[in-house]
Design a binder for this molecule. Structure first.
Ligand code: UDP
Ligand code: MG
Length: 328
């Protein structure tokens, strides 16, 4: 019994000491105390964090709330990694870059949008001086001596066209006192070359304007023009689109015979063998492509010009009536 009593006493002693003594300083109690000290210190440093830590800590939050020296990382996602703790100053430095990038991108987009809204820099092509619904233009083409002038005179007589010969206008300009183009035109005609288109197109436009103003006639035969593609494009762009091309087709041998015959009385500086040869070459190399161009657009009325003037004229009338109607 004594042994039992002393044993019971020893047990109580053990229980008392264990309740008072070292039992109150278990590792978890130490940790909790350390946490409270840390919590109170961080609460002073950061009110926002204090608000989230006001309730008693859970095991995971405890880990988050360890003193700095015991922690591997602030971020739960990088726990266990050896990323150095982030300094709040670094976050402040990051935002200015974001703001600069955002402002730069915004400014760039504004510039791009303003550029899109701007009118295109290409200028609108000029509209022709005369409308083709108001003014009728027929180009009359063919090699030198094909008989363009002769056929135009008959069309003027019967259909009240105004005949404008590019060659005649150039010769008149060449002889006009004070003309700055006189010598240039003279040299081109003698060589069978083409006078720069600006001169010829301007002469034709002036003549058309004068005719429309004075005689009110708006039907034109433009003889011996366009002899080159640039003339054709320029005239139709700035003066008036043509209704069609009347093309007199004649073999070179026949044209040469006619020109040499005409040269006996015409007084023209280019109705001689040397100039005639050059004019033929220019016609084949430079003027035929113009005929081909209009042919590809189905705007050519082709007439065989080897027959007599009356025979060619009869053919001309028939073919024009087919395309333009009886009263063209
Ligand atoms: N000419 C030119 N551009 C023209 C028309 C004529 O430079 O658009 C010049 C060219 O030198 C040509 C000459 O004028 O050889 C005579 O042209 P014209 O029409 O009088 O000759 P045709 O064909 O009637 O014989
Ligand atoms: Mg002529």
């Amino acid at each position: 019994m004594a042994a039992t009593a002393s044993g019971r006493q020893a047990w109580r002693q053990l229980v008392r000491t264990s309740c008072r003594g070292p039992a109150t300083t278990t590792p978890s109690t130490y940790s909790r105390l350390a946490f409270r000290r840390l919590a109170s210190s961080t609460t002073q440093a950061s009110p926002r964090r204090a608000a989230t830590q006001s309730s008693s800590p859970s095991p995971s939050s405890f880990l988050r709330q360890q003193p700095l020296a015991q922690r591997s990382s602030y971020s739960s996602g990088s726990q266990g990694k050896s990323t150095p703790p982030r300094n709040s100053n670094n976050q402040v430095k990051f935002w200015p870059f974001l703001i600069i990038i955002a402002c730069g991108s915004g400014g760039y987009m504004l510039l791009v949008n303003r550029r899109i809204e701007m009118p295109p820099t290409t200028t609108k092509p000029p509209s022709p001086a005369f409308s083709p619904t108001d003014v009728t233009v027929l180009f009359v083409l063919g090699g030198p001596g094909a008989g363009k002038g002769t056929q135009c005179a008959r069309l003027v007589r019967d259909y009240h066209f105004t005949h404008l010969s590019a060659g005649d206008l150039l010769r008149a300009e060449q002889d006009r006192p004070g003309s700055q183009y006189g010598q240039l035109i003279r040299d081109c005609i003698k060589d069978g070359a083409i006078v720069p288109m600006e001169v010829t197109v301007a002469l034709l436009e002036n003549a058309m304007r004068e005719t429309i103003t004075t005689s009110k006639n708006k039907k034109f035969l433009i003889d011996g023009f366009p002899r080159k593609m640039d003339q054709a494009l320029k005239f139709e762009e700035v003066v008036c689109p043509a209704k069609l091309v009347l093309f007199y087709d004649c073999p070179e041998a026949e044209m040469e015979k006619r020109l040499l015959e005409r040269g006996k009385t015409s007084g023209r500086a280019d109705d001689n063998a040397d100039s005639i040869r050059k004019r033929f070459r220019t016609f084949v190399e430079t003027s035929m492509p113009v005929v081909d161009h209009y042919e590809s657009e189905d705007r050519v009325v082709k007439v065989d010009a080897t027959s007599t003037p009356d025979g060619v004229y009869a053919d001309t009338q028939t073919k024009l009536k087919k395309v333009l109607g009886d009263k063209f």
